[in-house]
Design a protein around this ligand. Structure first.
Ligand code: 6CS
Length: 315
């Protein structure tokens, strides 16, 4: 067996390290029968190109962010909703592991487009970086915010008064440097590794959302594998959930120190008070209704089920 596994990140970053570890485990379990070539971001095009490659079966496996599939799988945009998951990344990961709304219902909707999400995992809490201080919603007024392509992500920033535009992360460093965009959101490890802090003055520890990635396979390809091979993949996918949790924790902690200690490129780090965070929550709340009425094709059913699961997780 020779498979291709594409990721949206580069050597050293969480998605890429995940795919390398996955490939290694599959190779060992199959006594060398399964060989997986892992592709870094960039080699096969933009994030959106990679979605198409997975759908057409040009690549068998991909780590994919729902933020790049929103124009196609409308429901997958629920990940764009701010302050949806608990503040604890650990509890969020448990919800992602066990959620029927995501692992059954949302999976079915992705499968209509030949994408099978086998798992959902967090790359950490997202933070804002910007060229001006952001500590209350009014600070976003007119701010040119870079986002991924899902329309609901843009909508979430319009709710704060920002002027969002989507862009591949491959263009983001230059965009921030030249002022085409003035702010962006990402987990800390990614901000540090991609050096966005070099071309931004502020980082707000907003924890406004969790960065969720999906391990996906081409649906027909996966369904065509024999049961033994499917089980080997499923088992490895499951093992990787705790592996990637530890990996992102480590990288996010390390890069916070890197950013703090980068004297050549000082970044002012802003911690929000509970009151300040609540002001953002208030603005973000109506976006849920927008999702239910304007975005969802199933009247918000999957979101409502997920909200029950989040509530049951008790945080
Ligand atoms: O901001 C982005 O678009 C990128 N961020 C992460 C954490 N992974 C890949 C993605 O394309």
């Amino acid at each position: 067996y020779n498979w291709k596994f594409v990721t949206e990140e580069i050597d050293g970053q969480v998605q890429y390290e995940y795919a390398e570890e996955f490939a290694k485990r599959m190779n060992e379990k199959s006594d060398g029968a399964v060989n997986i070539d892992v592709y870094e971001f960039g080699g096969l095009g933009s994030e959106s190109d990679q979605v198409e490659q997975l759908q057409s079966g040009t690549v068998e496996m991909a780590v994919m962010s729902p933020g790049f599939t929103g124009n196609m799988v409308k429901e997958g945009q629920l990940f764009a909703l701010h302050f949806l998951f608990p503040d604890s990344v650990e509890t969020t990961q448990e919800i992602l592991n066990d959620s029927e709304a995501l692992n059954t219902d949302l999976r079915e909707l992705y499968e209509e487009h030949s994408i099978s999400p086998l798992s959902y995992w967090s790359e950490g809490a997202m933070q804002w970086t910007s060229s001006r201080e952001i500590s209350e919603p009014a600070d976003f007024e007119g701010l040119k915010m870079r986002t991924q392509t899902s329309p609901l992500i843009l909508e979430s920033y319009k709710a704060y008064g920002a002027d969002p535009q989507s862009m591949s992360w491959g263009e983001l460093y230059t965009g921030l440097d030249q002022g085409t965009v003035e702010g962006q959101e990402n987990p800390i490890f990614f901000i540090g590794d991609a050096s966005f802090h070099e071309v931004q003055d502020y980082m707000t520890l907003s924890n406004h959302n969790n960065y969720v990635a999906m391990t996906t396979v081409n649906t027909d390809w996966y369904n065509g594998l024999d049961e033994e091979m499917q089980s080997m993949i499923d088992e490895t996918v499951e093992e990787m959930q705790s592996w990637v949790f530890d990996e992102q924790t480590k990288q996010n902690e390390e890069y916070l120190e890197v950013i703090k200690n980068d004297e050549e490129n000082p970044t002012e780090i802003i911690e929000l008070t509970e009151e300040q965070r609540n002001a953002f929550k208030e603005k973000a709340e109506p976006v849920r209704d927008f999702y239910r009425t304007e975005v969802s094709t199933v009247d918000g059913e999957i979101l409502d089920k997920l909200l029950e699961e989040i509530e049951a997780a008790g945080e």
